[in-house]
Design a protein around this ligand. Sequence first.
Ligand SMILES: Nc1nc2c(ncn2[C@@H]2O[C@H](COP(=O)(O)OP(=O)(O)OP(=O)(O)O)[C@@H](O)[C@H]2O)c(=O)[nH]1
Length: 243
Amino acid sequence: MTNPPVSHKPKHGIKRKKNLAKLKTRQKAKAIEKIEKKNDAVTFEVVFVGRSNVGKSTLLKNLTGRNVRTGKRPGVTLKPTHLYFDDFLITDMPGFGFMSGVTKEKSDDVKDNIVHYIEEHADRIMIAVQVIDGPAFVEITERWDSRDEIPIDLELHDFLEEMEIITIIAANKMDRVKDDEKDDLLNDVVGIFGYDRGEGTWKESGALVAPVSARGGDIRPLISHLKNEFHKMKRDDLFKHFK
Ligand SMILES: Nc1nc2c(ncn2[C@@H]2O[C@H](COP(=O)(O)OP(=O)(O)OP(=O)(O)O)[C@@H](O)[C@H]2O)c(=O)[nH]1
């Protein structure tokens, strides 16, 4: 009786798969090492925080020229996105708040992740840019208030203050507000955040407010606040990373 011919095909297939797995593990380890190296070099971080869909990514693209998480579905990304510039890091936090198709648990996870991240890196986070949807902000916070809950935006703002992180409020989508209604809206915004403007306007409240329109590319007030803070911290060299 002759033995049936032995096929080496399946064995090769398995071997190749094993090699591929090994290669992938090695590539992964290398990639992690590279990120860790970049991360270790960071001494100055700016974080962008805000409710989902307020325009954080659009704003960052305008500011740096780099693409951040475009084409994503709101509420899907739990992790922050990083833009490295040598020892300078800009971090785009996942959007928080209620979103259609996203469970309450998941939106709570996002909030917890943001708080943990900020606590963990508080020593190097010098500035936070808190992005709000200018025209929608008052209505959203009133809705929370009517449910006797503290709006997440306010909770986060207080938390950043507690952590002694300088916070710039970027009121985005101002292209949707009529020119003669802008000041009234911003007066309300600073009031909601708890700043006392006395008899004056939002400009005299002491809050760092930047009315911007990321989609229209009008982000000068934000750039000017950032540059001002960088200058105070003797980091004028960071200006070069902005478009
Ligand atoms: N009208 C107007 N729309 C804007 C502006 N900035 C962003 N948008 C739009 O708002 C939507 C959300 O923008 P994103 O930049 O993806 O928002 P995001 O805050 O990064 O969203 P998350 O990743 O879910 O946190 C997009 O459709 C943008 O085109 C703006 O200044 N004006």
